[in-house]
Design a binder for this molecule. Structure first.
Ligand code: B12
Length: 387
């Protein structure tokens, strides 16, 4: 197998696969080996020159989840250093949130929850004050994430709390954790849409992971989960799940599992061998073209231009074309979800800002630039907003 590029090396995919009913034979071990090489090299080297390329707190957490998904508990000198790094990240974030919760984590509460969850499944205790910040954020939800993906963030916090509750690693916080879990569950249930999704289609897998890990199942919960699963299956049929990261969060659900199962993973459970995908040769036809309007109003002078691209092109193709044929400029950064739009017309999104993708006039897209495929006549706006 060829060497995998950092974008393809995604610990979340390994975790999803191990918690699914599928296995990838020898490729799976090779993938884990490549993950180990890449993550340990960049995390354990003292070379700070390339700090941009160092994994973030959330990526380190996902890497530890991947090790646990292979039934390993971190140990030894190297493992100990990874655990210390993650604990240090969390302490720094705790500092950024501040004594009186007046600040924000540098990353997000989503990554903060992921960090606590990863340490928990390895039975590594974090200080009560670190857990306390996440509890406070859930107790005062406005701190979580103003309007952007609160369900995903709540679900991740809930998965961390579920693990702590089961493992009893912070006995002094036990009651607060139990109450917060009830609150998370209630908020997520309230966020169910008429079609059955919790939040949106892409937050539903994590929400279901959390709800299914619940120690207090009720009839209401059971009914809501059944409805959500039916909605997910319908979305699957409409090919809504194309992004590998999204599939990785969905796979455990299809196998009745959640990240909390990583407390004691079952590495002997039978899984069916994945068949390599067979590609149907595409017929060479003259492509049909569509017109998409690209708008950027948050800059001066504002920009508006119509681009013609073949049917089935992604938004990224539209951006490329606009860059080739007009004054439009953009920049991206690789992430586990694919290319993330970081700058437009030389304007880089600052801290706690991002370039939001919208279908004009005002509908935020549910997919990134590489996955979203605009239709003929659509207008797409890129808008710099705070979060
Ligand atoms: C936090 C978050 C954000 C933050 C990120 C900033 C930050 N400093 O953390 C903000 C609010 C800015 C954001 C923006 C967007 N997000 Co977002 N985000 C998340 C969330 C809750 C956690 C991501 C994370 O930390 N992962 C863990 C770390 C370890 O992985 P990572 O790859 O290193 O994380 C980076 C990337 O995920 C990147 N990122 C965040 N969102 C998105 C979305 C896409 C498509 C890409 C390519 C990258 C990306 O920011 C992270 C921090 O650097 C996920 C929820 C989930 N279920 O995964 C949604 C999620 C990934 N986002 C989503 C979407 C749709 C978007 C937007 C496209 C929304 C929009 N209409 O503009 C934009 C991205 C636009 C762009 N410029 O390219 C969807 C993606 C669905 C899909 N089909 O793939 C998710 C799953 C939420 C949802 N339920 O709909 N997001």
């Amino acid at each position: 197998m060829d060497r995998l590029s950092p974008e393809q090396l995604n610990p979340s995919i390994y975790v999803g696969l191990r918690l699914s009913s599928l296995q990838a034979g020898a490729k799976e071990a090779h993938y884990l080996h490549s993950l180990k090489l890449s993550y340990q090299q960049s995390l354990l080297s003292n070379d700070n020159s390339d700090s941009e390329a160092k994994p973030s707190m959330g990526q380190l957490a996902l890497y530890l989840l991947a090790l646990r998904a292979n039934c390993k508990l971190v140990g030894g000198r190297k493992g100990g250093r990874l655990v210390s790094q993650l604990k240090r990240f969390l302490e720094d974030e705790k500092g950024a949130i501040g004594h009186h919760h007046q600040g924000h984590p540098h990353t997000s509460y989503y990554q903060y929850g992921l960090g606590i969850l990863a340490l928990c499944v390895h039975q590594k205790r974090v200080h009560d004050s670190v857990v306390g910040k996440l509890l406070y954020a859930v107790e005062h939800e406005q701190h979580l994430q103003k309007g952007h993906f609160p369900v995903d963030t709540l679900a991740m916090a809930g998965l961390a709390f579920s693990c702590l509750e089961l493992s009893n690693l912070n006995p002094n916080q036990r009651n607060r954790i139990t109450v917060a879990l009830g609150r998370v569950q209630e908020k997520i249930l309230k966020a169910q849409t008429p079609e059955g999704h919790f939040g949106n289609v892409y937050s539903t897998p994590l929400a279901l992971q959390l709800l299914m890990a619940s120690l207090r199942p009720t009839v209401e919960l059971g009914t809501a989960c059944l409805k959500a699963k039916a909605a997910l299956l319908a979305s699957l049929q409409h090919k809504a799940f194309q992004n590998p990261l999204m599939i990785s969060q969905l796979l455990p659900i299809l196998n009745q599992k959640s990240y909390v199962d990583l407390i004691s993973p079952d590495c002997q459970a039978p899984r069916v061998l994945l068949e390599p995908a067979t590609e149907t040769p595409s017929q060479t036809q003259v492509p049909e073209f569509i017109h998409v309007t690209l708008k950027v109003s948050s800059i001066f002078p504002s920009y508006r231009h119509s681009v013609s691209v073949p049917v089935g092109s992604s938004l990224e193709d539209v951006l490329k074309k606009a860059q080739e044929h007009s004054r439009f400029r953009y920049g991206t950064q690789a992430s586990l979800s694919g290319p993330y739009l970081t700058s437009v017309m030389g304007n880089k999104a600052g801290e706690r800002e991002f370039w939001q993708l919208l279908r004009a006039p005002d509908t935020p897209l549910l997919q990134g630039i590489a996955d979203y495929r605009p239709r003929d006549g659509e207008a797409i706006e890129l808008r710099l907003v705070g979060w």
